[in-house]
Write a protein that binds this ligand. Sequence first.
Ligand code: HEC
Ligand code: HEC
Length: 327
Amino acid sequence: MKKLILVLIGLLVLALGGGYSYVRFGLPNRAEPRAGKVDASPARVERGKYLFEVVAGCGDCHSVVDEKRFAMPVVPGGFAKGKQFPPAGEGVLVAPNLTPDPETGSGRWTDGQLIRAIREGIGHDGRPLFPGMPYTEYANMSDEDVESVVAYIRTIPPVSNRLPGSQITFPMNLIMRMVPAPVASVPAVNKADRVAYGAYLTKISGCQFCHTPFVKGQTVKEKLFGGGHEFEIAPGARAVSINLTPEPKTGIGTMSEAQFLDKFYQYKEYAEKGSPVIRPELNTVMPWLGLARMEPDDLKAIYAYLRTIPAVENAVVSHPDAPENKR
Ligand code: HEC
Ligand code: HEC
């Protein structure tokens, strides 16, 4: 009996060890970056700029922002030059300098390496990226759109800004090796199909990710767009995403298309002229300043799609730490 137990323990250790070396050395699941350069027409550069600054919010994370101001605007001279996030549970996270500076930015990364980083979560140097870089959402980005983003990145004025690399601590440094996955060619979604195009936009612009409950590092698929995903703005100051399902009482079932658009366009002036300083309990990660510039047709497509998703009952207080909202 004792012998059997010893053998079993031995087997278990071997299995764990095997699992460990697989995760450590066998992963990430990584394909070679594609060769060649993307075609960069002026139309593509313009589309890429819109995706980078407005739809996909690349500029929100890869820029230096003023966290004290409403919706955290980019500081003058801070655009796309990368930043280090304040240390958190999973270690030190650095969003790299994406400007095409050859020494400290993306200047020497190939187009294929950029595309692979954006959609597949593999850095130019082959490292698995921390999934805080939302590549699992960008995996849905069409070839046309991801190539447009790359075409645009090449036109950003280079800024020299040397940053350290991310240092992700155990066990996240192992867990995150399991996330990257190669992406085959992704066809463009037909813009004329409003619902399908809206669904596409909610993925690449992070609405689905941020507006779905997130428990133990996982999106709760049964409650898609049910809200309740918490974000820490500062210690003791959270912003919680609202329920975007058509549920009439706790979701946006009674919100008209015009009211929906107004939610975004009310921040147009902040987007153009800058936003005011605000207390952390009332601040937000909702990318209002970028999304206030979203094309009406795109917001309407998102609205059309949100009408079609199953209603989820989930009452949310979006700023639970503001004294006026505490019960
Ligand atoms: C929510 C924040 C966030 C958003 C939004 C975001 N990124 Fe990132 N990105 C990061 C972080 C953090 C890293 C570094 C991850 C690491 O080091 O493991 C990163 C890494 C990268 C890399 C890898 C660079 C290298 O070393 O090869 C590229 C390229 C990149 N991002 C481009 C983009 C583009 C383009 C977009 C928009 C389509 C985008 N990112 C949106 C946070 C973000
Ligand atoms: C980075 C996370 C994040 C992303 C991305 C995001 N949201 Fe939000 N959203 C939030 C949070 C948190 C709140 C609650 C705080 C607030 O109102 O600013 C919110 C609030 C809202 C509101 C409520 C406005 C109100 O005043 O009642 C709407 C509508 C909304 N989001 C729609 C969207 C749509 C559509 C998208 C995608 C185009 C999106 N959000 C992307 C986090 C996010």
